[in-house]
Design a protein around this ligand. Structure first.
Ligand SMILES: [Zn+2]
Length: 129
């Protein structure tokens, strides 16, 4: 059973007194025989993870581990995680947000590690002179 708002035609649950869309009183609303499935289906689909979200999270985790061992590859993993993370996030996938955060962290760590290697190498070279 759902209540149809007389003002905006929004479907509201049978036990609600006011419209969830326009807040008008539902005392005069038309009641019809229909189960309120729509909002629940939306909630479930938000919990499902997109392919982009999964790849973004995977690249983010892999990048943040590899950043301490090898050069260049974590940089590309970070770019992938950020790019796919943003697209998955726009689709409401939480994994996208995690991938995006991990991607940014990997990106920052890549620069820090590269800077440290550069400083180390240049200190070695200045020691030779
Ligand atoms: Zn309404």
């Amino acid at each position: 059973m759902v209540k149809i708002c007389s003002k905006c035609n929004m479907k509201n649950s049978n036990n609600s007194d006011y419209c969830t869309n326009c807040s008008s009183n539902l005392s005069n609303a038309k009641i019809i025989e229909e189960k309120v499935f729509d909002s629940k289906i939306d909630d479930y689909s938000k919990e499902e993870h997109t392919t982009n979200g999964k790849i973004a999270l995977f690249c983010g985790i892999l990048g943040i581990i590899l950043v301490f061992f090898i050069n260049y590859i974590p940089f590309f993993l970070a770019i992938t995680a950020i790019g796919l993370g943003i697209s998955a996030r726009n689709q409401g996938d939480k994994y996208g947000t995690y991938g995006l955060i991990l991607g940014i962290l990997t990106f920052i760590l890549t620069i820090i590690v590269a800077a440290l290697v550069y400083l180390y190498v240049s200190s070695l070279l200045s020691g030779i002179h």
